[in-house]
Write a protein of this length. Structure first.
Length: 550
């Protein structure tokens, strides 16, 4: 496929949004927003969740829910107001002129179709004269362009067979398929590991330069903005509160909200642990090997060694942080310790106090659940949309403390909601009525109500804005101090790990490649892999002499 580099037009911006107003019923989500994107320019639209940035971006192509009402404004591209176009006319713009890379590739890709089928379908839809053979050839070329290794082998894969980074590369390939003049990238790296994030951002910049595309980048990550954008618009409560060149925003910001975003990141260090504290959980040479079965008789021909010979020791009141890229075995380790993985795949010894967790079953295992709990990565996906907050938080009590009266249950629910910083009066609402940070607080409350001694936190802040991340980290630190809890904190975000962890394990391909105190890992990393993670996490600052230069 030949790339046609576009030249900048001298007669105005590629896209001009003027006085845009979007409402959901009586709630105004976008209030008089105006912005421009030039030919070949990268413009960032930043703000917290709920600020209106994604609604603004999706309004350009009228990709809004039915409940949304565009009540005022215009979106002008090549002399046409895109908001005046009907669906048939918009189809000639979507994909061909403007494409979108959505935030979560797993939900944007069809799980029942192969990557090839989805790309071929898109190409045929927008290129009426193209044959299926040509579309297949172009699909392969696109996947190679976005850096999918062994593209000829991966083209027949389903979305769930690809890693997060690979799925995001497929989304970029789909956005590039029709050689658009502009791409809207809506939080394209939010849930990715720092090293994968760096790869995706480099890929976008290279492709943009090669093709001469404009890029509208929607994000709450100011590190990404500084690396990518030429100009920045800052949104709060549906309005643009500040705009300017990227360097000016970072060095001469005027608005208090912009300054709060620039200063928002998890701060502080872990609570000082008591070296004489009792050991809550001890794992010795644990392995999680998933069998690979083939043939009619489903014989085991090998194993996927998700965790391979790992040992750790977690004391009361202390946090062990586990870092590594996707597929390194972090979450598998946490699930194994909680007995959430088929016992036949697990090997080694896991002692909770003096109890061998691997030998428990039935009622004994059920009783253990009161002492060990987990907070999952996605607070929306892990909360039932059909249950109120009160029902969600109280669910564990119904199983483990069935003799409590309704009044006693309600008292406990109100107390734990208050502890995590939520108004108990909101307990009769449902998860969709809360922000991402509030939903994560609900998840923490659900885990705490049984008064556990050990908590596994599996990427609990990765999908949250920086300001909300800081709030949740401070909350977890306060709860640990009050309850003397032991944490296993799983994350790919080293800033969060640094703020919470006493001891750190660095995992790669199921093995621990390096471990030590937080100070040792961040100030004197020994392994190249650890140094690469740290460099990627701290805005690609060099690791010289084993020390991160801040």
């Amino acid at each position: 496929m030949t790339d046609n580099t576009k030249t900048s037009a001298a007669d105005g911006p590629l896209v001009a949004v003027n006085g845009l107003q979007v409402a959901f019923g009586k709630n105004v989500a976008v209030d008089g927003v105006s912005l421009t994107i030039g030919h070949g320019e990268t413009v960032a639209l930043v703000g917290e969740s709920g600020s209106g940035k994604s609604v603004t971006a999706m309004s350009i192509l009228k990709l809004l829910p039915k409940a949304a009402n565009i009540s005022a404004g215009s979106v002008v591209m090549e002399g046409r107001n895109l908001l005046d176009l009907d669906n048939a006319a918009l189809r000639s713009v979507r994909g061909r002129k403007v494409s979108v890379i959505f935030q979560e590739p797993m939900t944007s890709l069809n799980p029942v179709h192969t990557i090839q089928r989805q790309l071929v379908e898109m190409l045929l839809q927008h290129n009426t004269g193209m044959s299926k053979r040509e579309a297949r050839a172009q699909t392969l070329e696109l996947l190679e362009q976005v850096g999918i290794q062994n593209a000829h082998e991966r083209v027949g894969a389903y979305p769930h067979e690809l890693s997060g980074g690979q799925r995001q590369r497929v989304m970029i390939a789909m956005a590039l398929a029709c050689n658009p003049e502009m791409i809207i990238a809506d939080e394209p790296t939010t849930a990715l590991d720092v090293t994968v994030q760096a790869q995706i951002l480099t890929l976008l910049k290279d492709l943009q330069k090669k093709r001469g595309m404009a890029l509208l980048l929607i994000t709450h990550d100011l590190g990404v903005v500084r690396h990518m954008a030429e100009r920045v618009y800052v949104m709060q409560h549906g309005k643009i509160v500040e705009e300017g060149k990227t360097e000016d925003i970072f060095t001469k910001a005027q608005h208090p909200y912009t300054l709060s975003l620039l200063n928002a990141e998890p701060k502080g260090t872990a609570l000082a642990g008591d070296p004489n504290a009792p050991t809550v959980l001890k794992a010795d040479n644990v392995k999680v090997w998933f069998p690979i079965k083939k043939g009619f008789l489903r014989k085991t021909v090998g194993h996927v060694k998700a965790v391979d010979g790992l040992s750790l020791d977690i004391k009361s009141g202390q946090t062990v942080g586990v870092v590594g890229e996707s597929g390194s075995g972090k979450s598998t380790l946490g699930n194994m310790l909680l007995r959430l993985i088929d016992k036949s795949c697990c090997h080694g010894t896991v002692l909770f106090g003096d109890v061998d967790v691997q030998k428990l079953s039935g009622a004994d295992l059920c009783r253990l659940r009161t002492d060990i709990q987990i907070v999952f990565q996605d607070p929306f996906g892990s909360l039932s949309p059909r249950m109120s907050v009160a029902e969600i938080v109280a669910e564990g009590l119904e199983l483990h403390e069935p003799n409590l009266t309704a009044a006693e249950v309600d008292t406990k629910v109100c107390a734990v909601l208050n502890e995590v910083g939520l108004d108990p009066e909101m307990r009769h609402r449902y998860p969709h009525e809360f922000s991402g940070g509030q939903r994560q607080r609900i998840s923490i409350a659900r885990a705490l109500i049984l008064e556990p001694k050990f908590l596994v936190l599996d990427e609990p802040t990765s999908a949250l804005d920086m300001t909300v991340q800081e709030q949740v980290v401070n909350l977890l630190r306060d709860i640990q101090k009050r309850r003397n809890l032991a944490y296993l904190f799983i994350s790919h975000d080293l800033k969060v790990i640094r703020a919470l962890s006493n001891h750190i394990l660095v995992m790669k391909d199921g093995k621990v490649v390096e471990q030590g105190t937080a100070q040792e890992i961040f100030q004197q990393p020994k392994e190249a892999y650890t140094k690469a993670l740290i460099a990627a996490a701290f805005n690609n600052k060099a690791v010289g002499g084993g020390v991160v230069k801040d």
